[in-house]
Design a protein around this ligand. Structure first.
Ligand code: C5P
Length: 308
């Protein structure tokens, strides 16, 4: 039996996020279209001689205690499967925090998948997703990855046809990190649910249809249909994000939108040359920029990159 595993854990963006209701449990009902992207952390898990769970991260701002989602994932698996011993989890962090890119969630997903493989538990993906849903709403998607329609709290997934080679420019202002609970709370307290423009237009079905078509015009169609209800709560509080989005839209991109609860704003580029020009225009000392492609999976072995 091997004693260690090294996995890549991909970030996600929301091509679509519609809030369709607020729930008694404090969460919101959502319709989302999620996409894995090749901005990845590396998660190494090594068996150790004790029952302890140790988490280390290359980014000193990431808390490595019991509040870390990767720690929580390991603790959940230990309580479900007492035969699992202790482990050291090392996270090489590339995905920014407070960015709306599911960085913490994808680390937790990698820990669930890694433990299943390392201790040869033989779990199905659906069993792993059940554990994932106990840890956070977007963690099941981080287990499955690719392109998916997510409903419920975000944990009910229907796979969509792979969006291959979608080219994206990902922009994260260094000084702005946004708390997801704050974004949803602001949306709710400002009564924004009542005035959702998405509902009447049936935008989500249009986006699903565009993805299903899967031809050369798909990125263009998706670019026109990008939608995120949380922009209406978050952008008024952050004029810098409005300026960044407008700058992207001025660059002949196919569309630009905030991902999740922000602060990442991404643009879809028609080709790599244009992506490089867009990136050069928006990059400053205060804004980190990545040019990435869509991925067809989220958690994968360190030496593979599943674009197709
Ligand atoms: O599920 P997760 O812990 O990732 O959610 C973080 C926070 O985001 C929740 O505490 C809640 O404030 C908000 N949220 C929500 N509705 C969802 C998902 C998340 O209100 N469907």
């Amino acid at each position: 039996m091997t004693s260690r595993i090294s996995l890549k854990a991909a970030a996600k963006i929301n091509l679509y996020l519609e809030i369709t209701g607020s729930r008694a449990d404090g969460y919101h009902d959502l319709v989302m279209i999620l996409q894995s992207i090749d901005l990845c952390d590396r998660v190494d898990i090594r068996k150790i001689g004790t029952d302890e769970i140790q988490v280390n991260c290359t980014n000193p701002e990431v808390p490595c205690d019991r509040t870390n989602l990767a720690y929580k994932a390991a603790a959940l698996m230990q309580s479900a499967y007492p035969e699992i011993g202790g482990m050291e989890i090392t996270i090489d962090k590339q995905i920014p925090m407070g960015a709306g890119l599911a960085g913490g969630s994808t680390n937790a997903a990698a820990v669930l998948v890694g433990i299943d493989r390392l201790w040869e538990l033989g779990l199905t993906q659906s069993q792993i997703c059940d554990f994932a849903a106990q840890l956070g709403s977007d963690i099941p998607f981080c287990v499955t990855g690719g392109t998916a329609l997510a409903t419920g709290r975000g944990e009910v997934l229907s796979p969509l046809p792979d969006l291959k080679d979608l080219i994206l420019v990902i922009c994260k202002p260094r000084q702005i990190s946004i708390s997801t609970p704050w974004a949803y709370q602001t949306f709710r307290s400002q009564g924004l649910l009542a005035a959702s423009p998405a509902k009447t237009q049936n935008f989500s079905s249009q986006m699903v249809a565009a993805i299903a078509t899967g031809n050369e015009s798909t990125p263009k169609k998706i670019g026109r249909l990008l939608y995120n209800d949380l922009e209406r709560a978050v952008l008024p509080a952050y004029p810098e994000l409005v300026a960044l989005k407008n700058k992207l839209l001025d660059q002949e991109c196919l569309g630009a939108m905030m991902s999740g609860s922000g602060s990442t704003i991404f643009a879809i580029a028609p080709d790599l040359d244009r992506a490089q020009q867009i990136a050069a225009t928006v990059k400053t000392d205060d804004i980190d920029v990545w040019i990435v492609k869509s991925l067809v999976r989220s958690i994968f072995d360190d030496d593979t990159l599943p674009h197709n």
